[in-house]
Design a protein around this ligand. Structure first.
Ligand SMILES: [Zn+2]
Length: 260
């Protein structure tokens, strides 16, 4: 079920204790020569939809705000970035609105590596702000499904980074008309240090800002040459299964009483 397709009486009738609201967040940013700027939001939304189909009617998908933190892609035309403060305020306002309407379980499902830090902060700040009223969970879907993705990838380390084996496969499955596979550039970036990795699912512990064009002329990190639509179907299934398992568990998390 999609929030934006429902009437207010339909939303008013939803069970406030059981319903889990999912807010997909992604980015509008360059994705190499071969993929569209909306890739991350398309994918976060598709994984959320597929997980909701597995869980059933207790999951409702909120409309995604589309934009995210993409300052590291701003040297490429097409990228639109929020500041961290804007994103925190925007997600905070969305969560405050649905909590106002009595909803008690909100999961922010992220599809963009650059948002990972801010959704960690949001989990803490919104969790504190709405303590006793709602539980807020924030996650990145490809990190949640990391073990399954690692087991089935073909690329070596660095092959899944950005517009890569993983993202290109998913887009070939979901939106093949938006992928220009003949323009794809394979690029394994050299960060110059083992402490910084560009791998999406097996990345750095150390965090440091890197402008994408310092490491990749095309904007690609990894190996889109290994991408196929069949692989994308499998990546979607394993991502949706991991998210569905989490959402089922999240629907049972206790909501603590507010102490005076
Ligand atoms: Zn992406």
């Amino acid at each position: 079920m999609h929030w934006q397709d429902m009437t207010w009486p339909e939303i008013g009738a939803l069970d406030r204790e059981r319903t889990v609201l999912v807010l997909p967040v992604g980015s509008v940013e360059q994705h190499g020569h071969h993929m569209p700027t909306g890739t991350d939001t398309y994918l976060a939304t598709a994984v959320s939809d597929a997980a909701a189909a597995l869980v059933g009617p207790d999951v409702v998908i909120l409309p995604s705000p589309w934009y995210g933190l993409s300052a590291h892609h701003m040297h490429f035309p097409g990228t639109i970035t929020l500041t961290a403060e804007t994103m925190m305020a925007m997600v905070g306002d969305i969560v405050a609105s649905v909590v106002h309407h009595g909803f008690r379980r909100i999961a922010v499902v992220n599809g963009h590596g650059g948002n990972a830090g801010v959704i960690d902060v949001l989990a803490s700040t919104l969790g504190h702000r709405f303590y006793g009223a709602a539980r807020i969970a924030c996650l990145t879907y490809f990190t949640l499904a990391r073990d399954a993705i690692m087991a089935s990838r073909e690329s070596k380390h660095g092959g899944m980074g950005h517009a890569c084996e993983f993202e290109t496969s998913l887009m070939l499955h979901l939106h093949p008309g938006l992928v220009h596979q003949d323009r794809a550039v394979v690029h394994y970036p050299d960060t110059g240090t083992p402490w910084l990795s560009t791998d999406l699912v097996n990345g750095s512990i150390v965090r440091s800002f890197v402008a994408f064009d310092d490491l990749s002329e095309s904007g690609t990190f990894g190996d889109p040459g290994l991408a196929t639509g069949e692989k994308g179907e499998r990546f979607l299934a394993m991502s949706a299964e991991a998210l569905a398992a989490f959402l089922k568990d999240f629907s049972t998390w206790p909501i603590p009483e507010t102490r005076p």
